[in-house]
Design a binder for this molecule. Structure first.
Ligand SMILES: Cc1ncc(COP(=O)(O)O)c(C=O)c1O
Length: 366
């Protein structure tokens, strides 16, 4: 099987070439976005009550927005087609052209969202280093710039939890609290890219709404570990969401009978959150097995949620070759921009898949 680009900044195998007739035979560890809708989601989609959501008539979308806002402890919510659009809308609403936005240097919003900060919001990103996604509050404070004759001025801090390019790292609640204090001292907003905020909840036992308490807006995704086919949501204050609705329309994200999608997202929210701990346990078992294989370098402390990143230090096999040969055995993974291999556990990954992945990798590197 040939290799091809399979995701933003991530090289892997093309799904169309790799999925054989029996899809269950493929152990697809590339991402938690590959999850297929559960039978309960398909039923809910088929039976969803719908209306024209742009006209405010879709009862299922309304119910989803109500539940999401309540779950995150915010006033209102807006269903959006993707996480990228949710983040783009949030930045656009919180900023004006020319403002500065403090971002973490490995963040998804800065690296993997096609530059919407510049293209859509026309803001200046100020990337800062971090400890596994947690920005140093003092460093943030030192980098806040007050608007002046020569200076754009900082308006927004964007953070991410769990942090994708830091291997699914959990940013601690104390970091949220400290950043909130800095933001308040300088009249700044904080937006959380919480694409996987429920993975942070599953890993820490701290409810997502507690993380949300210290930020102004949150985007989270139904279409990742929660296994819905499509959709993300933006939550925040009511006037922010009212404006976000206009920006969503501007970007072409107004959807009509979107209740068929919201129905699956409601199942995701109500049935798929508590099981994320299973994905974390499988990621752990995978990582523990990988660590025993000669030629693999893996730091167990970096495996906090459902992502496993490891390096290949082998005399004959490179990371690219390993991923290609794994694909030939029906085990899919990705090579990250840093050259590490990424494997992600999710609803469609079983214990057998983990065992198969380990034995395939052992055989290739053996
Ligand atoms: C942390 C993070 N934020 C945002 C996104 C964007 O979500 P989407 O692919 O739905 O646009 C992703 C996607 O992988 C992500 O990992």
């Amino acid at each position: 099987m040939k290799l091809g680009g399979a995701g933003p900044g991530l090289a892997g195998a093309r799904p169309a070439q790799l999925y054989p007739k029996d899809m269950q035979q493929v152990a697809d560890f590339r991402s938690d976005t590959v999850t297929r809708p559960t039978p309960a989601m398909r039923r809910a989609m088929a039976e969803a009550r719908v209306g024209d959501d742009v006209l405010g008539d879709d009862p299922t979308v309304k119910e989803l927005e109500r539940q999401a806002a309540e779950r995150l402890g915010k006033e209102a919510a807006l269903f959006v087609p993707s996480g990228t659009m949710g983040n783009a809308i949030a930045v656009k609403v919180w900023t004006q052209e020319g403002d500065e936005v403090i971002v973490e240097e490995r963040s998804h919003i800065y690296n993997l969202e096609v530059g919407h900060l510049a293209v859509i919001s026309r803001v200046v990103p100020r990337p800062l280093p971090s400890h596994r996604g947690a920005l140093d509050p003092d460093l943030v404070e030192r980098n806040i710039r007050r608007r002046a004759l020569h200076i754009a001025g900082t308006r927004l801090i964007a953070i991410e939890n769990t942090h994708n390019l830091w291997g699914g790292a959990v940013v601690p609640l104390e970091n949220f609290q400290a950043l909130r204090r800095v933001a308040d001292r300088h009249g700044l907003r904080i937006h959380l890219d919480g694409a996987r905020i429920f993975n942070a909840q599953a890993a820490t036992g701290i409810p997502a709404r507690e993380f949300a308490r210290y930020v102004d807006s949150v985007m989270f995704c139904f279409s990742k570990g929660l296994a819905a086919p499509v959709g993300s949501i933006l939550v925040g204050p009511r006037d922010f969401i009212d404006e976000a609705r206009r920006v969503r329309k501007l970007l072409g994200g107004g959807m009509r009978q979107a209740g068929v999608l919201a129905a699956a997202a409601l199942v995701a929210l109500n049935e798929m959150v508590d099981r994320l701990v299973e994905d974390h346990a499988r990621a752990r078992r995978l990582a523990e097995g990988l660590r025993e294989i000669p030629g693999i370098h893996l730091d167990l402390d970096t495996v906090e949620t459902n992502m496993v990143y490891f390096e290949v230090r082998h005399p004959r096999v490179t990371a690219q070759e390993l991923v290609q040969r794994m694909a030939e055995h029906g085990v899919l993974a990705l090579v990250s921009p840093t050259g590490a291999i990424r494997m992600v556990t999710h609803h469609d990954i079983t214990d057998d898949h983990v065992d198969r992945a380990l034995s395939v990798i052992r055989r290739i590197l053996g």
